[in-house]
Write a protein that binds this ligand. Sequence first.
Ligand SMILES: Nc1ncnc2c1ncn2[C@@H]1O[C@H](COP(=O)(O)OP(=O)(O)O)[C@@H](O)[C@H]1O
Ligand SMILES: [Mg+2]
Length: 381
Amino acid sequence: MLKFLRTHLALKLFLSYVVVVMVGVLVLFTATRLSGPAAFDRHLAQMSAMMSEMGMMGSSQPLEMDLFTNYTAAVSEAVSLAAIAALSAAVLASFFVSRQVVTPIQRMMKLSHRIAEGEYEERLTIPGSSHADQVDELDQLALSFNQMAEKLEKTENLRRQLIGDVTHELRTPLTAVKGYLEGLMDGVLTAEPETYQQIHTEINRLQRLVNDLQELSQVESGAFQLEFKTISPSIIMETIQKNFANQFVEKNLQLEMEIEPDLPQIMVDKDRIIQVLSNLVGNALHYTPDGGSVLIKVHRDKSNLLFSVSDTGIGISAEQLPNIFNRFYRTDKSRARASGGSGIGLTIAKALVKAHQGRIWATSDGEGKGSTFSFLIPIQE
Ligand SMILES: Nc1ncnc2c1ncn2[C@@H]1O[C@H](COP(=O)(O)OP(=O)(O)O)[C@@H](O)[C@H]1O
Ligand SMILES: [Mg+2]
């Protein structure tokens, strides 16, 4: 019985209400008992004084006794009846009130069990308003509960999608390598340097993918440390120029730089910002056909520093533009070119810029019309 009580909130609440009611009734009884005779005497004394003034009374002693006994009986009867009625009403009310409190908690409990079993779709219904400031604490709890369920559902969906994407991305180069090896074994392919070169390319792609994935998981989970240092933007630009100069010459692309004079220094993780810019410049290099040009600019934009990379390359259609920062996303054009990119570079860039409290976006006038990638880094002054 005690254990049952300990494990049932509704019963506990109910019993606590009943105890409160009992105490009330007890106090009512005792108070009536204690104050009753004195009050009776006082009122009676007033009455007899009035009567004797009017000369109506002889000895009133026995009558008083009789009156008192009857008065006590009447009061007891009335108070008992009232107490029974109040008690029944209170017990009934406590029953409903405790149920009212416990039912939503029970619902939350059931839902939490379901979530633990991997069913994330269900939500609690919250009567009345769904605004956190217009509901009581229990409803707020339910509201938070729903938010938690939603987050969990999203994370779970992302996880599923990620596993699907990774599997797909790994399968393509693996199948290719396997194909080459089987060709070699069956004698369909001859053991020429070209064949080995192709296998090597596919394995490189696998390796790049695995590295990218590792980087992505670190960046997305926030499990990386930024080493903030003050640095002049021109140093970043010089590094980029140095790293990419050769590749631009090789591909016969023009690389131009535009640095606004007297730019303030910024507090950033230099290597990470160079990584972001390298991703953008690398893409521009990749997605711009020979003979084109790429312009890297940095200038001040209110309280931010604005970096931008514009190219005269294959461009991005308006429908695809919103997706390019999603992981594994590649436009059809870039897929057709078999670029070998994994579609993770921009996702990493976005996470890194966000870690610097910045913002990154892309614009393009459409396919074949080039694109511009820009990002803002706030200047701390
Ligand atoms: N400068 C660019 N011009 C045209 N398309 C681009 C450019 N940069 C990125 N994209 C598109 O965005 C996609 C995602 O880029 P990214 O995340 O760097 O992946 P990856 O370069 O590995 O394909 C690319 O596959 C490409 O379709
Ligand atoms: Mg890329």
